[in-house]
Design a protein around this ligand. Structure first.
Ligand SMILES: C[S@@+](CC[C@H](N)C(=O)[O-])C[C@H]1O[C@@H](n2cnc3c(N)ncnc32)[C@H](O)[C@@H]1O
Length: 187
């Protein structure tokens, strides 16, 4: 693309959205729960791939998979756990979750006011006062263990991948998130 070309109209889907679409190829038309839509880049990709997209209002275990990129970052530990439990309840037993979570290795870790261990609220910037929850790999594994079987977990630098619109005044530098694929445990 030449420097004079207009920018593309939409940001590309998140890598986990593309991975989920590939993994669900054998379930055409399946219902996918998306948490934290943002600009809708992942919603558009899911719909274009022929899936139905559901929100957390979904009643019962009706979704074949869940996707949440750069949205399960906020709240206290209790709020985060409650949200993860809602996601699990919306999924068929054994259904996959493709999601990102905050890492203690993120440059923003421990910046601002400590709300509780591993939870900090910035004192300035775009997300002032918003609690952010961070995990070591072992703590994330432990927090998910009761309801989820972890299939894959990997830490990635997400400066170019996370939602730039949420950080316009302070672009991300060395933001690191866990990329997780997990499955609900059959109850
Ligand atoms: C940084 S954006 C990421 C958007 C999109 N998933 C992406 O990767 O392009 C975070 C989004 O999650 C939403 N969000 C944050 N916490 C949420 C929660 N607890 N429940 C639902 N949405 C949430 C925000 O409103 C925002 O739309």
């Amino acid at each position: 693309m030449s420097p004079d070309s207009p920018p593309p109209p939409f940001r590309p889907p998140h890598p986990l959205a593309l991975a989920l679409i590939a993994a669900l190829a054998r379930r055409p038309g399946a219902r996918v729960l998306e948490v934290g839509t943002g600009s809708g880049r992942n919603t558009r990709a899911l719909l274009a791939a022929g899936f139905e997209v559901a929100s957390l209002d979904a009643e019962g275990p009706v979704c074949a998979a869940a996707l949440s990129s750069h949205a399960l970052l906020h709240g206290t530990r209790a709020q985060w756990s409650a949200l993860l439990a809602r996601i699990a309840r919306a999924l068929e037993p054994g259904a996959p979750l493709y999601a990102t979570f905050g890492s203690v290795n993120d440059a923003r870790y421990a910046v601002g006011a400590e709300i509780e261990p591993r939870v900090y609220a910035p004192l300035e910037g775009d997300e002032i006062g918003v609690p952010h929850i961070f995990f070591t790999e072992s703590e994330l594994r432990e927090a998910l263990a009761a309801a989820w079987e972890i299939v894959a977990i990997e830490e990635r630098v997400v400066d170019e991948i996370a939602g730039a619109w949420a950080h316009e005044r302070a672009p991300l530098r060395d933001a690191r998130h866990w990329f997780v694929i997990a499955r609900t445990r059959a109850q």
